[in-house]
Design a protein around this ligand. Structure first.
Ligand SMILES: O=C(O)c1ccccc1NCC(=O)[C@H](O)[C@H](O)COP(=O)(O)O
Length: 218
């Protein structure tokens, strides 16, 4: 089994960025939505002068963004992926794709109709992030969903040639179980934090588990 792609999300300081830049993650996520992890694109721009992340892809996470919010981020930062994490419509995403040449993912919350929602976005997005559904919160909840549904999400994504990340409450204690489903991608935020900061130790322990699993399945 190949190593699942890793996305470390919710970087909120220069120190966080330094930590994830030397990690095994392929993707680094920044939050541009209402959240304790929200960052200002102009400040992130100053961090990028100090930290080389050219080996990684930068993901901008939005929740129902305005055109101005999108423009502010896209003009200041070298964004590779836009992740729509709100209730954006197919048409909203289509409009953004007219001018944004990068990759676009739709985050969907796990519930009984998520596969139907994936169907409705499959012709406009490059990938999905499946996250936990928590009342009043869009993401970064630290809560995991019932992973017995993960094989359905993986199958749908494979059949439609989309990338699929599993998100929501993944941490060093439960990632072993998630790895048994062989997801293409895993997205973590709360599970790699201590006191609201990204933790190098937690990241290293998680990466160890991921790499162990890759070796075991060889
Ligand atoms: O992380 C946030 O604070 C956040 C706020 C609003 C919308 C999305 C947000 N996060 C998006 C992500 O991609 C997170 O990595 C994902 O929800 C998993 O978070 P966690 O459960 O904390 O691992």
């Amino acid at each position: 089994m190949p190593k699942p792609l890793l996305k470390f999300c919710g970087i909120r300081s220069l120190d966080d960025l330094k930590i994830v830049s030397s990690s095994q993650a392929e993707y680094i996520g920044l939050i541009f939505a209402e959240s304790k992890r929200r960052v200002d694109p102009k400040i992130v721009k100053t961090w990028l002068k100090e930290v080389d992340i050219t080996a990684k892809k930068l993901v901008a996470v939005f929740v129902n963004p305005t055109a101005n919010e999108l423009a502010d981020v896209l003009t200041n930062l070298p964004i590779d992926v836009i992740q729509f994490h709100g209730n954006e419509s197919y048409e909203d995403i289509k409009k953004v794709k007219e001018t944004f040449a990068g990759t676009v993912w739709k985050a969907l919350h796990h519930h009984s109709k998520t596969i139907e929602e994936m169907h409705s976005f499959k012709n406009i997005v490059d990938g999905f992030v499946i996250d936990s559904r928590m009342k009043g919160q869009w993401g970064g909840t630290g809560v995991s969903f019932d992973w017995s549904a993960v094989p359905h999400y993986i199958k749908f994504s494979r059949d439609t040639s989309k990338l699929c990340f599993i998100a929501g409450g993944v941490n060093e204690s439960n990632i072993g179980k998630l790895l048994t489903y062989h997801p293409q991608g895993i997205d973590l935020s709360s599970g790699i934090e201590v006191d609201n900061k990204k933790s190098k130790d937690k990241i290293e322990r998680i990466e160890e588990r991921v790499l162990q699993n890759v070796n075991i399945s060889r």
